[in-house]
Design a protein around this ligand. Structure first.
Ligand SMILES: [Zn+2]
Ligand SMILES: [Zn+2]
Length: 360
């Protein structure tokens, strides 16, 4: 038996557990470690028996709890080299000074030395004038010194933050809880990118984790090296494809023959266009490396989709630019005529609570 439990899905965090009697893996660690563990236990999954965490891409809503989960439960992390490098760059504080920060520092030093009377009148006239540069770009100079923050390209959560100002939710608050730390004498505690065990995979090249056969495949999304997954065990095929701007031919190929499909139905195009996101974020979501709309998924489900899946789970549903009822009706309309007792049951993944475990 293969069991699939979507612990949460959306722009504030994604995490799914797939388990057999021998193997238990987590796909993405986009909720906080605490929330992942809480939801796993609620769903009857034992976090102590985790064999692997697989990461689709480095956006915050897919890696938020990664380091804590991997350290706390000593779980190997599987990702592409580029994804892990991007994640490391994101979590590691900058140690080198950018040009603008350097100019700003020099400007301050110069101003202080003037005050202290180090320079005379002539020195002032002939002295260095970094002000010209740094005053032109004060915000950049300040930004260089500020703690590094993920930009729009680095995080789907940023999208949510743009739109969900004032939105408060206890569970969402838990997503950004402080990290648990290792004992202070551990060298690992000094490195925020430390992971106890890392395995690299490459899109298109399958690997086995216990008795689960995993095939990562490339998806079109604005991350370093984003992938979807085909998971096969005990004759069951589970396909996960979220965070993709469109259904590229290779994605369509991997979707064939799925027994359970976790697929993105991110936004309603009209709601997104009329919605609160800044223009540049709207462009990003709508782009070929953004997110899949209800319409784009509906078009696929009504045409090329083979109708084989017992369950179609609509995932990564936007809380600002979509409604669960819209996503559901779009998918069900597209599947009309194919809805049977045993096939194409449409389920909606939620941001705030796990879906009931599905046994296949
Ligand atoms: Zn993403
Ligand atoms: Zn995402």
């Amino acid at each position: 038996m293969v069991r699939v439990t979507v612990l949460g899905s959306g722009s504030k965090g994604n995490c799914t557990v797939v388990s057999t009697s021998r193997t238990r893996i987590v796909l993405d660690a986009g909720l906080s470690c605490r929330e992942i563990v809480k939801r796993m236990r609620f769903s009857g999954e034992d976090p102590e028996k985790l064999d692997a965490v697989l990461i689709t891409h480095e956006h915050q809503d897919h890696v938020q709890g990664l380091s804590v989960l991997a350290r706390r439960w000593n779980v190997p992390v599987y990702a592409t080299q580029a994804t892990l490098a991007a994640w490391r760059a994101w979590v590691t504080p900058r140690t080198t000074m950018g040009l603008n920060a350097w100019l700003e520092l020099r400007r301050q030093q110069y101003a202080e030395s003037l005050k202290a009377g180090v320079y005379g009148e002539n020195d002032l006239a002939a002295g260095p004038a970094p002000d010209d540069v740094s005053l032109e770009i004060p915000s950049l100079a300040a930004a260089e010194q500020a703690p590094i923050q993920p930009d729009v390209r680095h995080s789907d959560t940023i999208v949510a933050e743009h739109a969900d100002q004032g939105h408060s939710n206890k569970e969402v608050g838990a997503l950004s809880e402080p990290e648990e730390v290792l004992p202070s004498n551990s060298a690992a505690s000094a490195d925020p990118a430390y992971l106890p065990c890392v395995e690299h995979f490459r899109a298109g090249i399958s690997l086995d984790i216990g008795d689960i056969h995993v095939t990562p495949f490339t998806i079109p999304h604005d991350a370093a090296d984003p992938v979807g997954f085909v998971l096969q065990a005990e004759g069951v095929r589970v396909v996960v494809a979220t965070d993709l701007g469109y259904l590229a031919p290779n994605v369509r190929m991997h979707l064939r023959g799925a027994d359970l499909l976790i697929i993105e139905s991110n936004h309603d195009v009209e709601m997104l266009r009329d919605g609160p996101y800044p223009w540049i974020v709207k462009q990003r979501v709508l782009s070929r490396v953004g997110h899949l709309s209800n319409d784009a998924l509906g078009e696929y489900l009504s045409s090329e989709y083979d109708g084989a899946a017992r369950y179609v789970i609509l995932a990564h549903i936007s809380e600002s630019n979509n409604l669960p009822a819209l996503a559901r009706s779009s998918a069900e309309r597209a599947l009309e005529g194919r809805m049977g007792v045993l096939r194409n049951n449409v389920l909606l993944a939620s941001q705030h609570e796990p879906l009931k475990p599905i046994d296949l």
